[in-house]
Design a protein around this ligand. Structure first.
Ligand code: AR6
Length: 175
């Protein structure tokens, strides 16, 4: 079971083996944390994403799956791209959100990454309520079978940070 740490700030400056990108299935970049990672990491990341699309994912990366590239100019060694679900009021997509976390940790294991930083996947453009997303993210991570030793959730603002604090406390209390 990985140790979970919560931090406030910008994921692009984290000194960890791998950072996770809340991408979209095109892997061609976007806004939010995806835009920030490509801007800070430079063109090398997009070049590798184009190759992945051409060779492995001609129809795009499916929601819930994950794939790695190098990290260009970022301090991390790798970027693990995953695609969160768009929030829906009528359909429960928490299984897909949980899978983003377990898939990303599986990719981290294959790379030999021991420290991994995650953003609050799906809680921006994709509209997932913070408390729900935090609960899913924390539980999936605590339940994952992985050799990753540290998962650091890097939360951009105080609202996200306190949602993850509540979720982590609740998950640890119920153990
Ligand atoms: N570091 C850490 N967290 C950040 C950063 C940052 N530099 N920038 C934003 N966040 P979002 P999604 C937070 O919208 O909801 C993109 O266009 C942000 O406050 O980045 O999964 C993709 O290409 C929020 O809490 O991702 C997709 O099309 C969280 O990161 C789509 O958005 C996630 O917000 C994915 O939407």
């Amino acid at each position: 079971m990985p140790r979970i740490l919560l931090a406030r700030g910008d994921i692009t400056v984290q000194r960890v083996d791998a950072i996770v990108n809340a991408a979209n299935s095109s892997l061609m970049g976007g806004g939010g944390v995806d835009g920030a990672i490509h801007r800070a990491g430079g063109p090398e990341i997009l070049k590798e994403c184009r190759l992945l699309r051409a060779e492995r994912y001609p129809d795009g990366l499916p929601t819930g799956e994950a794939v790695a590239t190098s990290a260009g100019r970022l301090p991390a060694r790798w970027v693990i791209h995953t695609v969160g679900p768009v929030y829906s009021r009528s359909t429960d997509r928490s299984g897909l959100l949980a899978r983003c976390h377990t898939s990303s940790l599986g990719v981290a294991d294959a790379l030999g990454a021991r420290t991994v930083a995650f953003p609050a996947i799906s809680t921006g453009v994709y509209g997932y309520p913070l408390d729900e997303a935090a609960t899913v993210a924390v539980r999936a991570t605590l339940g994952a079978e992985t050799r990753v030793e540290e998962v650091r959730f890097v939360l951009f603002d105080e609202r996200a940070h306190s949602a993850f604090e509540r979720a982590l406390r609740a998950a640890l209390d119920s153990k």
